[in-house]
Design a protein around this ligand. Structure first.
Ligand code: NAP
Ligand code: G4F
Length: 332
């Protein structure tokens, strides 16, 4: 059986990737960091699986990453751990850079040391992002589009992207960067705009709130479905040679269009009366539009997105309606 190590396993992508690799008959080791109260909302269902194991490590502590490698002896490492919320990266820029940027360097160094000590080879996946394109200089963006990050988060991921490529070229490591555009699911963190909206709609339907407070409604994102996207991560590591790939749907939608679709699921057309705007949720520098061209992934990996925008929104809203009403929202 193949063995995989996933950092950030309790996050949205980490938990979907763990599900996928277990289905593919891997033994999966999921890295979580120490916390006083464990956050296993997305991974509680994995706790009793025979081939799944939690390990404790931290991207800010290289020895713990080396130990995680020794304890799991992985064929594949998926580095998904990050301070992933763009908005917070202005509040905690150093921590964001340490975890997202230097954390990747620590992991690469730990892998080099592990490969040297054990004479084993490890394939490495780095979670790069469409935030690298930031103020897009070409639309849609491809693997050849120049980067222009617009946040401390984007800049931290730029370092991670280039150090991963550099170690591939310097040390002949099997390192891949997936430049993934926004992807969402029922397991998305509650701060991100899509989940904030799906949860907000559910709260309004259940009478728990009468509005959602948001920032810039005109930004556009290329939104896909996370379970589709984690498959591309796995595909990248199954190729004969390491490379970087854009993963996207090729469609872009405004936040307003997401609101249209989300309120439509519950039969509300005049959502404007349920939405307030507050400068607190505006960013010092905004990424106005993102749209990607995943042709290379289509031809070289055979990857295409399976879930369209309307279905993604419907899945999220229905999940939140059910979460807030275990008896079933359809009865209301
Ligand atoms: P997420 O839900 O925020 O998950 C990130 C995970 O990283 C969390 O489990 C978090 O643990 C963990 N983490 C944070 N700091 C850590 C540290 N110092 N040591 C160990 N673990 C740490 O993010 P996601 O949406 O699944 O995204 C996965 C990766 O893809 C991230 O690197 C993100 O930047 C990147 N990405 C995401 C998207 C997207 O649209 N979702 C697009 C492109 C790239 P805690 O629970 O303890 O905080
Ligand atoms: O949902 P968001 O916070 O995601 P953002 O900033 O696009 O970042 C996500 O996708 C990246 C890939 O492109 C990942 F790398 C990153 O880790 C993360 O997963 O915000 C989306 C848009 C922004 O333009 C923001 O200004 O929604 C706008 N927005 C408007 N009101 C809001 C809100 N965003 C949030 N989070 N909360 C609001 O109230």
């Amino acid at each position: 059986m193949k063995k995989a190590l996933i950092t950030g396993v309790n996050g949205m992508d980490g938990s979907h990737l763990a599900d996928l690799l277990l289905e593919k008959n891997y033994i999966v080791y999921g890295v979580e960091r120490r916390s006083s109260v464990k956050n296993r909302t997305n991974t509680a269902h994995l706790e009793r699986k025979e081939h799944f194991h939690f390990l404790t490590a931290d991207m800010t502590d290289q020895n713990t990453l080396y130990r995680a490698l020794r304890d799991s002896e992985p064929d594949e490492v998926y580095n998904l751990a990050a301070q992933s919320f763009v908005g917070s990266s202005w509040d905690i820029p150093k921590q964001t850079s340490d975890v997202n940027g230097l954390g990747v360097l620590r992991m690469l160094e730990a892998i080099r040391e592990y490969e040297h000590d054990t004479q084993r080879k490890v394939k490495f996946y780095q979670a790069s992002t469409s935030e690298l394109f930031g103020r897009m200089v070409e639309n849609p963006a491809t693997e050849r589009t120049p980067f222009y990050p617009r946040s401390p988060y984007g800049v931290s991921k730029l370092y991670a992207h280039w150090i991963t490529k550099n170690y591939r070229e310097s040390y002949d490591m099997f390192n891949c960067c997936g430049i993934l555009f926004n992807h969402e699911s029922e397991r998305r963190g509650i701060q991100f705009v899509t989940r904030k909206i799906s949860d907000g709609v559910a709260q309004i339907v259940h009478g728990l709130s009468d509005h959602i407070t948001l920032g810039n409604l005109d930004a556009k994102r290329d939104w896909g479905y996370a379970p589709d996207y984690v498959e591309s991560m796995w595909l990248m590591l199954q190729q004969d040679r390491p490379d970087d790939f854009v993963i996207a749907t090729g469609e872009t939608h405004t936040i307003r269009e997401f609101l249209d679709a989300a309120f439509d699921v519950v039969g509300i057309s005049n959502w404007e009366k349920y939405v307030k705007q507050d400068p607190r949720f505006m960013r010092p520098a905004e990424v106005d539009v993102l749209r990607g061209d995943a042709s290379k992934a289509k031809y070289e990996l055979g990857w295409t997105p399976k879930t369209d925008f309307q279905k993604l929104v419907k899945n999220m809203v229905e999940s939140d309606l059910a979460l807030l009403d275990p008896q079933g929202w359809r009865q209301i």
